[in-house]
Each structure stands twice: as structure tokens, then as C-alpha cells.
Design a protein around this ligand. Structure first.
Ligand code: FAD
Length: 405
């Protein structure tokens, strides 16, 4: 399952960076390090990614551009610009609220596609080796070894590394391993809401071609105070809709009749667009996700390990910034590494254990990045109330900003 079929070994000649987790942040981090001269091994526990769509804003696009300008162009090409929100009331009325007077947009993109683009770039890059179905089991940072379980070999394999980047998502094992050796403050919070994905199909236009059933250049929101439905457009003229509701609201809806009655009371137009049979089937069968918000500090251990993306700062999705922020982590870290003279891998002198510029860079990243990450995590939590409730109040229109949903 590895691109090269061989296992990587630690290599202090060139400096081996091991990136754990090939989500979008891990792929961008791998590319960024490889372009700076590191030999990179990218390890991914799964064999395939789940596909949801999400909003990518200028924050995330700028981070991709910093590492790979042509890739950003391709992503924009496959994204659909959303210039505002479209609010849907229970009686079927709609109201457009533009995000920005000058036409700035956020962009809807399939997360699977975005990940695929980034992963393909990583796979094609000559100095990146990608290993699927390798799950990090444990780490000994002081000995600079990581242990992965290889599904292919059905056994553990030990990998030596110079630098480890943990981009393994909200339930990060790299973070857990770091907690054993460093005094990391850590806080996690589940919100009462769960989410379920539904699909609004494409319609057909007069010429028989597929067409959008709703305006594709808006992010659609059906705010209903304690719960809401949102929908983002896809290139195939469908919309991916996500229902966010507290478990205590969803749990009692335990029969098809109750679900039909609930959707026709609160989302009659969405019910019509999706089609009752399909909606009820998807509502019953599609997995329900929980939503977690995570705060950690510091993000690094000495000169050898750092966590980025959801592994470092998972946030509720209501500001549409989780991934954007994770991609930005890569850009910010690489800039700091450059300015500390720590960007190029170097051969440590015999007996020298710590790479001081790298340690300085990681420390500076932890200290300076934290405030911004906490701020955006808190904004996301505030927008949790805003999107399902406050967008419906008249004063709201004067308070919105362009980068959020
Ligand atoms: P992940 O995407 O979680 O990737 C982590 C990877 O690590 C996975 O591939 C996983 O298999 C792998 N891994 C895990 N453990 C191990 C291990 N032990 N060994 C090896 N590999 C491992 N963000 C936005 O910016 N805009 C949005 O509109 C938006 N909408 C969202 C809507 C919903 C419903 C949700 C839930 C999230 C949304 N987000 C959004 C957030 C966004 O999805 C995440 O912030 C983003 O996916 C984080 O990327 P990541 O690469 O850090 O982690």
C-alpha cells in the first residue's frame, strides 16, 4: 500500500519528517515540508476518505496558494462561489443576505475532492512517500521513534524520525502521545447538537439537462432557533444539506410518520425538494455525527513534534473555519520556521540531540498562534447560536462579516 513499497527509515542526512494523518491539513503540511527540502513520509490510517462538502474561504485558499499556486487555481475551478446566505422561512419565503458589499465570496467544495487534489499532489511529489492503512499506535518522542500498525503486514512497524507532525484530526493520537511527555493544557467540549447529511437532488431544465433546484450561489439556511438545516451547492447540480439538531430533539423522532410530520412542520420546502421517501430514508439511515470543540496548549514538544489542524483545535462547524484555519496553520508555521532559520532539514552534529532553531520556531508558533486559534474557536461557538437563531433578527444584517457562514 505504500507508493514505493518500502518502509521509510529515519535519515539524519536529509531529515525525515513524518506526517501522521493524510487529511487536507496533513497533505498540505507534507507538501510544504517537501518543497523546503525535507524527505517526508505521510502515514494514513484509513484507505478512503468520507465525502462531505464544506466552505473554503480566502484564509484556506491563501494557505494553499502559499504552498502550491496552481493547485489553488484548480481548487477554485472546482468550487462554487457563494456570495451570501439565503434564509428560508417556514412559510417558504426566502431572503438573501450578501456576505460582502464588494462581492467577496466563500466557496463550496467537496471535501473529498479537495482532499483528493492535495493527496494526489503529495503522492506525485518525488520526496514524499505515502503509506495508507498505517495507524499510529504509540510514540517515543525522546527516542525519536513512532510505532504504526500496518494492516498490510498485520504487525507493528517502528519508524525513526527527525520531525513529527500530528495532523490526525480531532481524536489525535499524536496529541495523546504528546500529553504523556509535556504539560499540555487540554479542554474538550461536546455540544448538544448532532448532524445528519441529506441530499437535495438535481432538477432538469427545459432542455433536459440537470439543473439546480435552488440558487447555487448562496449558502442556504433554514434557521429554526434550536435547530437548523443548511445546504451547500455541488458541481453536479445537487446540494448537500446538513441538519443540525440537539439529540433531545432528534431522539423522539423515532418513526417514519413522526419524521414526516416533523419535516413537514419545520422544513416543508426542503421536504418537497428532497422528496419525502428519500428524505425519510436518509434521515433514518445516514450516520449521525457529534460535534466537538477542542483547545490545547502548547502545540509542540521540544524540536520534534507539533500538532496542526483539528488535532490542535477542533471547532464546531458554524463559522466554516475549521479546515481553513488548519490550512492556515501550515502557512503560519512554515513562515515562522523560515524566519527562525529552521526550515531546512540539517544533519545534527554527533552528540547533538536538539535542533535549536526548530525548537525556537515551534515554541514561537505555540505562543503566537494560540490566541488566534482560541479566538476563532470561540467565534465558531458564538456563530452556533447566530446561524440557527440570530440571522432571523433584523439587527443581524449589520453585524455579519465576510469570512463566516
Ligand atoms: P481530518 O480531516 O480529521 O483528517 C485527519 C486524518 O488523520 C484522517 O484522514 C484520519 O483517518 C487520519 N488519522 C486519524 N488517526 C490516525 C492514526 N492514529 N494514524 C494514522 N492516521 C490517522 N471546515 C471549514 O473550513 N469549512 C466548513 O464549511 C466546514 N464544514 C464542516 C461541516 C461539518 C459537519 C464538520 C463536522 C466539519 C466541518 N469543517 C469545516 C471542519 C473540517 O471538516 C475540519 O476542520 C477538517 O476536516 C480538519 O482537517 P484535518 O486534516 O486537520 O483533520
Amino acid at each position: 500500500d505504500s507508493k514505493s513499497g518500502k518502509m521509510s527509515v529515519g535519515n539524519s542526512e536529509t531529515g525525515l519528517a513524518v506526517v501522521v494523518g493524510a487529511g487536507p491539513v496533513g497533505c498540505l503540511a507534507a507538501l510544504a515540508l517537501a518543497k523546503e527540502g525535507w524527505k517526508v513520509a505521510l502515514y494514513e490510517g484509513r484507505s478512503a476518505q468520507r465525502s462531505v462538502n464544506l466552505a473554503i474561504s480566502s484564509r484556506g485558499l491563501a494557505a494553499i496558494y502559499a504552498v502550491d499556486p496552481p493547485l489553488m487555481e484548480r481548487i477554485i475551478h472546482d468550487a462554487i462561489p457563494m456570495k451570501g446566505r439565503m434564509l428560508h422561512t417556514t412559510d417558504g419565503k426566502t431572503e438573501s443576505q450578501l456576505y460582502d458589499r464588494n462581492g467577496q465570496c466563500i466557496n463550496s467544495i467537496d471535501r473529498g475532492l479537495l482532499n483528493e487534489f492535495l493527496l494526489q499532489e503529495a503522492v506525485d511529489f518525488p520526496t514524499i512517500d505515502v503509506y495508507f492503512r498505517h495507524k499510529l499506535v504509540t510514540a517515543n518522542f525522546d527516542a525519536r521513534t513512532l510505532t504504526f500498525f500496518s494492516e498490510e503486514k498485520n504487525q507493528n512497524v517502528d519508524i525513526c524520525f527527525d520531525l513529527c507532525m500530528g495532523t490526525d484530526g480531532s481524536y489525535s493520537n499524536v496529541r495523546r502521545q504528546m500529553m504523556r511527555v509535556t504539560r499540555m493544557d487540554y479542554q474538550q467540549e461536546y455540544i448538544p447538537h448532532e448532524y445528519v447529511e441529506l441530499k437535495i437532488p438535481a432538477g432538469t431544465d427545459e432542455t433536459g439537462q440537470p439543473s439546480f433546484l435552488l440558487d447555487p450561489n448562496h449558502l442556504h439556511i433554514w434557521p429554526r432557533h434550536s435547530f437548523m438545516l443548511i445546504a451547500l451547492p455541488n458541481k453536479d447540480k445537487t446540494f448537500t444539506a446538513t441538519l443540525f439538531a440537539p439529540t433531545c430533539v432528534l431522539e423522539p423522532i423515532d418513526t417514519t410518520d413522526k419524521a414526516a410530520a416533523w419535516f413537514s412542520e419545520y422544513f416543508p420546502d426542503a421536504l418537497r425538494l428532497i422528496g419525502e421517501k428519500k428524505l425519510l430514508n436518509d434521515f433514518e439511515k445516514n450516520p449521525r455525527g457529534s460535534l466537538i470543540s477542542i483547545k490545547a496548549m502548547p502545540y509542540h514538544y521540544k524540536d520534534r513534534c507539533i500538532i496542526l489542524g483539528d488535532a490542535a483545535h477542533s471547532m464546531v462547524p458554524f463559522y466554516g473555519q475549521g479546515l481553513n484555519c488548519g490550512l492556515e496553520d501550515v502557512r503560519v508555521l512554515i513562515n515562522i520556521m523560515r524566519s527562525e532559520g529552521a526550515i531546512h532539514p540539517r544533519k545534527r552534529a554527533t552528540g547533538e540531540d536538539v535542533d535549536e532553531p526548530l525548537e525556537r520556531a515551534f515554541k514561537r508558533y505555540s505562543e503566537t498562534r494560540h490566541e488566534d486559534l482560541v479566538a476563532i474557536r470561540d467565534l465558531a461557538m458564538n456563530n452556533y447560536v447566530e446561524m440557527r437563531h440570530s440571522v432571523t433578527t433584523p439587527s443581524y444584517i449589520f453585524r455579519k462579516t465576510v469570512d463566516n457562514l
